[in-house]
Design a protein around this ligand. Structure first.
Ligand SMILES: [Zn+2]
Length: 317
């Protein structure tokens, strides 16, 4: 189902609900309320959704699916999906307790998506950008061949269209069912981002709860700007694995967005309500043609060719 169909079916469902008032089942009652994971407050699901899935009592940021994320960031109706028909194969005929093919089908049924990332071109306050959003609800947001390929193609699309690139990551890491093929995606995405960087593009990486493993080890941390959502857990290996390896107790806020900000690993922690506004401002600062020119000039002058340094000069002007 592409994004247009999803919106159409949601609209249809809404109309049906408004016309026919059926008695609520127990499941409906449960779906009406959501308990906050942090403050335990019982929240009306509709209000929670209207508040961008952020608890109004304690500001806990609930996980957001790829479709909702795009709806929150992109101008309404502006998102045009790329590579919507791309699906994973099962090259290793992988079987653990269940066949990989069966797990894939189950993941698609649960999330309503074909893969753990949605990519496309959209507008943010009428400024064109290439946007990718990962969905932790699909196979734990794991990066297999298709996720890697879609992110790579998105970076290439941003390079050829000379537009800013934004990727929202939320992932448990590489998809082990695809073995070495999933690990190769780290090199592939990084290489596409390097080409984009050399063309003077602006890449903003957003880290949402949780971002781990191969995604952190590749495109999630390669942003010219790395933004994290409040409270998001970000790391490579999990806390328990590290504690067992180094045999030390880690601080309570270890691997949180705030901890990483304090230690210089992310540039900003931005609450969800302000995310679109911040992205819009950052994108408006950037001019890819100008950035390319300045980089070339800096190279000629034998100065640093790190785009970041050139960009901060531009921002300062
Ligand atoms: Zn709460």
């Amino acid at each position: 189902m592409d994004l247009k169909e999803w919106f159409a079916s949601r609209q249809k469902r809404k109309e049906l609900q408004e016309n026919i008032k059926l008695p609520l089942t127990t499941e409906d009652y449960c779906a009406l309320w959501t308990q906050c994971f942090q403050c335990r407050e019982l929240l009306y699901t509709k209000d929670l959704r209207a508040n961008l899935q952020v608890c109004p009592k304690c500001q806990y940021h609930f996980r957001v699916g790829a479709l909702d994320r795009i709806e929150q960031i992109a101008d309404p109706g502006s998102f045009v999906e790329l590579d919507s028909e791309m699906t994973s194969a099962d090259p290793l005929n992988f079987f653990d307790t269940e066949a990989y093919a069966k797990r894939q089908k189950e993941a698609c049924r649960k999330s309503g998506l074909k893969e753990a990332v949605l990519t496309g071109i959209c507008a943010i306050d009428s400024q064109p950008v290439a946007l990718g959003a990962m969905d932790f609800g699909h196979f734990g947001g794991s990066m297999g061949s298709v996720v890697g390929e879609k992110v790579t193609r998105l970076a290439e699309e941003a390079t050829s269209n000379k537009i800013p690139l934004i990727v929202v990551s939320s992932s448990g890491g590489a998809r082990m069912q695809e073995g070495i093929l999933s690990l190769m995606q780290m090199a592939k995405t990084s290489s596409a981002l390097k080409s984009y960087h050399e063309a003077g593009g602006l890449y903003i990486s957003i880290l949402a709860e949780p971002t781990f493993g191969g995604v952190t080890a590749s495109f999630a941390m390669l942003g010219d700007l790395v933004i994290a959502e409040p409270g998001a857990r970000i790391g490579f290996a999990g806390r328990r694995v590290i504690e067992q390896t180094i045999r030390q107790k880690l601080p309570a806020d270890f691997q949180t967005a705030e901890y990483l900000l304090k230690h210089g690993q992310v540039d900003m922690v931005v609450e969800r309500a302000r995310l679109k506004e911040v992205l819009s401002r950052l994108v408006s600062f950037h001019d890819i043609n100008q950035a390319g020119k300045n980089t070339a000039e800096a190279d000629e002058a034998g100065e640093t060719n790190r785009n970041g340094a050139v960009k901060s000069e531009q921002l300062a002007k």
